[in-house]
Structures are given as structure tokens and as C-alpha cells.
Ligand binder design. Sequence first.
Ligand SMILES: [Cu+2]
Length: 727
Amino acid sequence: MEVASFQRLCYLLLIGLVILVSIRSWFLHVEETNFIDCSIYSPWCTFKNRFQATSNIFLDTQRPTSRDHQTHHPHHPLDPLTIQEINKALSILQSHPPFISSFPAIHSLVLEEPHKPQVLNWKKGDPLPPRAASVIAFSQGHSHILSVDLNTAQVTLHEINEGSGYPILTRDDVAVALSTPFADAEFNRTILARGVELADLTCVPLAPGWYGAKEEGRRLVKVQCFSNRGTANYYMRPIEGLTVTVDVDQKKVVHLSNTGSDIPIPKAQNTDYRQVAQNDPPQMLPINPISMEQPKGPSFQVENGHLIKWANWEFHLKPDPRAGVVVSRAMVRDSETGRMRSVMYKGMASELFVPYMDPTEGWYFKTYLDAGEYGMGLTALPLDPLNDCPRYSYYMDAVFVAADGSPYVRPNMVCVFERYAGEIGWRHAESPIWGKKIREVRPKVTLVVRMAASVGNYDYIIDWEFQTDGLIRIKVGLSGMLLVKGTPYKNMNQVPKEEDMYGTLVSENVIGVIHDHFINFYLDMDIDDSNNSFVKVHLTKVDTSPGESPRKSYMSAKRQVVKTEKDAQIKLKLYDPSEFHVINPSRRSIVGNPSGYKVVPGGTAASLLDHNDPPQLRSAFTNNQIWVTPYNRSEEWAGGLFAFQSKGENTLGVWSDRDRPIENKDIVLWYTMGFHHVPCQEDFPIMPTVISSFDLKPVNFFDRNPILRASPNVEKDLPICRPASAA
Ligand SMILES: [Cu+2]
């Protein structure tokens, strides 16, 4: 053998050895460490969440409630599929002729909700409408949409998605995405060249978005990695500039981008947020233990696991793998007649768009659609009793479906609790100067439904808060970690004035990159009945005539019933304001006003991206803050049913541009809440929660203040508690 050939052979053998050792060492670490039980926490192990060789994982699996899901039966038409029903759907799919030779990966398997009239006409005690499963499966490059009738054991619908986009990644996809780079010699060389040992590596699978033909027609995941050495908060230690693009069906690396070899990995010191890592006491006076006590227990009831009854409210609640939670059939009791009245047929988070504002190689694609790409429910981990939710909370489990079609339980995914935060329901005091001693005050107690999704580095806390005055507040809290970028700079005095860092230097060698969060809510309002209208109540300045009044101007409210969808595409304007009402034109109050609810925006933000920017095309639902569409069973996800790598051709913006009639029809209100996030040092190493909200508030729905007859607090009725340790 010639010397050159011998050298080539040795070189090839060496590469082969490196690959084998890399794969083996990675899988050995997975086996040897105390890895999360994926039979229970399956999708937790997947998606944008950590997937790592070494275990820094702590999960409090304490279960305040214990339910036997194996024997659970549905009691309400909207109850989620039970374990038995999921298993039945699976067996029907397994004998479905197109799937007999090759069973697809199951990306979603949930209740196919009965048609609306069936649900509306159903009364407690009636037999349930036929139960069916709605399935999204993926096989050999095709996304399948199926309906499975559980009563007749038939597949009643089987379509292939002809448009762009793919379903949510499965755990298997993620495992492929994260293991494939380890078989790539260049990846291994790059990691070692960056001074990171493979055992210290934590990689995350990132959705690639859509940026034209180059990446179309195949399911791609962009893998980026961090060093977890010395910290649980590996997100603060990026291996900057290294992006591995993996084809998860071909199981191969299609591109490796390595642009940051001169950027150091930020230090681990002071990045750990866990209590065990805090060595110094907080610099503040101590706060005594605090809790809301309910010696008589909570006032709400949970009927058959999903029907919540509290004060004057009643609604159905279920976990959902994509939306997180779904609130259905929300009804409030009329304060005068005592009759239950419909407010909302269905409400849920529909999509969550998070674009990062850095156009460079390793960052431009970070424009996530978290609900459609990762799942707000799938990424919602068990809540932490006493910290996520107060004492006396009710915890609801979710039953979700793994990629092989098998059901699993996500315990304590949703909590329900009463909240008293010292707020006032209504009040008035009269000065004694008028001869009357009046001081009437009513405390405000509310009911909260809460879930928290941990979509990779970010945590989204979503509350649905019900008030006895008829108001529903939808609140979103942001916490967790910034997605940060490594930089050579340690101090702002090193940064050239003309350089755009695309963010804020939040620690040495760490840039918090500017980004947005837009969360869209689907709100199928049914005020007193399904047929409603959308009314813009335009507030305008009216000038008085000369001599008419000492005043030159006043403000007037002009009502306009909106006829079609395009006129209901609303951009909020501070200096040209309107109120936005959903009314029932057929239902009048005692003095003749139509009964209604208005959407009351809170702090929010609008997208500044170009409307033709690819991520904005996919997320056109952020082009307006409010939309109204006619009810359509197939239009529920603002970013489209198949959001992963989609072009956005089948999304809320496109549906609304059809300009369909919406007057006196069953209509759906869509509200997009936005946050611009310019990071600051206080966001490091973990962000204090930032909250925004919007309200659905009754307008002329009740004939008078519905909590007029609410009771004040009286000292003798309230519990006086001692610390548990003193009891
Ligand atoms: Cu943010």
C-alpha cells in the first residue's frame, strides 16, 4: 500500500472512531443518568425544552389531587378524550387500511368537539353526542388529517395537507434532531475546538421558520448548543454561532454553520437561579409567611372533573396540548332573574409569535410560533403547589398522546383557585359634612384558572380570571430565561458606538437580544345566544357652536355596527379611540340597550416588522390587535393548523381578508396581546415576571351593578390563623 493511501485509510478510521465514541458516550450518558420518565413526561422530553446528557432536573411530582384516569369516563360533550377512548382511537387507526403496512407518527390526537348545536342542545343527563377523535399524523412526507368515530369505530375523514407547513414535532423527531449532530465529525470537532466536553453539552431543537424555497419540502430542525458546566442555567452559556440544521426524516445534518469561534462562552458564575445556588441572603427586610386561608374550603365546585361552578359563574375547562387550556360554555347568572346566561362558547390561546430582532446568521430564523410548533399544553409542566398556585387550589391533570399513539398523564397541569388580593369590588364613602355616615365597601374575590408553559427558556403564565361583576380578565405573565447571544464584550465601554448589538449587554459576554411576544386569543363570544354583532363605539371630539356653551368641545360616542370582516380589522389608536363591543341585537336590557361585552385592551404592542417579512407573513394575525370572523369550525389557530415551516397561506389574516358578513351572525373575536422586550440587566439570570392583560367586560349585559348585593367582610367571619409550626 502506498504511503498516501495508508494515511487516507488511517484518517478515515480515525473519523469513524470519533463518531462511534461520540454516539456511544452520548447514549451512555442518557442511560446512566436519572433521566425523566418519558412514558409520563413524554413531550416534556421533546420540543424546545432541554434535552441533555447530564441531569440537573428537579420535578416536584407531589400531587395534591389523585385521580384514576384509567377508569375515567366522559360526562360532558366537551370532556377531553379519556385513556380508554385514546386507546380505542389508536386501535381503529391501526386497522385503518392505509396505515396497516406503515403506521404514522401521531402528532396530535384530541377530542373532535361535537358540532356547536349538539353541545348547546345537550342537557345534563342526556346521552353524550357521538365521541370522535381528531388526529394529525405524519408519514413519508405527508401530514394526514383524520377523524375517528369512536362509536362506529370508523375513520370518517382522511385528508392529506396540501398546503405548506408540518405538525408539531414529536419526541422522536426531537431525539433524531439532537442525536444526529453527534454523528457528524465536523460538529464534534467544533465542540471540542470551543473547549466544551461532550458531557457538558446541552442542545435545543429550534424551529427553523420559513425563509423561501431553500429549506422547503423537508422537515428541518436547527440545533444550537450550550455548555451546562457549573450551572443549571445553561441558557446563559451559548456556544455562539454554531447552528446545525438537521433533516429529521433523512436523519442527517444538511448544514453546519460555525461563525462564532472567536466568541467566548460566558462564565457560569452567578447564572444559577435555583435556591440551592444562592449563598447570600437577600438584601431586604424579611417578609413574614403569607397565605390566603379558607377554613371552610374553597367556594367553587368541580363537577365530573371539568365543569367549574363558582359564585355566579359556570364554565367547562379542559387542558389542550396546543392551546394549554380551553374555557368553554362560560355562563354567568343574571343578577336579577337568577337565570344562567351565555357569555362565551369557547376561549383559548390560539398562537404565540416570538420573533427575535437579530438578522444575522445564527439568529434570523428565531421567529417562533410556540403554540403551533411546540404546543402550549405539551410544554406545560406540573404546577408547583404553594408557589405556582395557592393553598386550596384544585389541580387538573391532562391526558395527552405520545408519538406512538399511547396516552400519558401530565399531572397538575392546570390549577383553579379563589383569589383575594385586598382589592375592592366597589365602594363609596360620604363625608359626615352632609349629615350621612356612609362607608360601603365590598371586597373583590375572583376565581383564577392558571397554567404555565415552559417553552424552552421562556415561561408563560396564562390566567383566566373570573369576577363576580361579570368581567373576565385574561392575563399573561412572562418569566424564565432570556435567549441570549454570546459576545466578546465584557463592558459597554468596549462596544463601538456604531455597532448594533441587536440587544442589551446584560452580563459579561452576554447580550439579551431584543424580541417581541404576541399571544393571540380565540374568543368565540356568544352573548346570550350565538348570533351577535360587532360594534365599534367611536369616541370623537365634537366642537360646540359659537355661543352654545362656555365649553369649546366635548367627547361623544358614536356606534357603528360592523358589516364585514375587513371593517373589523382593528389597530388600536390612543388619539382616535373606540370601544369594541360584541352585542346581541335581539336581547335588550330593561331600558332598551343591546346586551353586550366589550374587549378592553391592556398594555400591548404592535409588530413593527415589514408585512412581507417571511415571519410576519406567517404571523399576519399580529397585523391587527382585534379581528372578528364568522364562526367556522376549521378556523381556530391564528397561525394556521400546520404552523411548523408554514408560509402562512392559511391563517387568520387570510381568512379575514375574505371580508365575509359578520353582522348578527355567530362571530369569533380574536385579540392579540403584544410585548416589546428590550432586555435589561434585571432580566439576568432569570426574569422577574412581566404581566399584561385584557378584559372582557359586560356592557349593558346586566340591568344594574350585578354585585350590588355582595356582602362586606366582617371581622368575626374571617379566619385568624397561626403559623403551621405554632399549631
Ligand atoms: Cu421576552
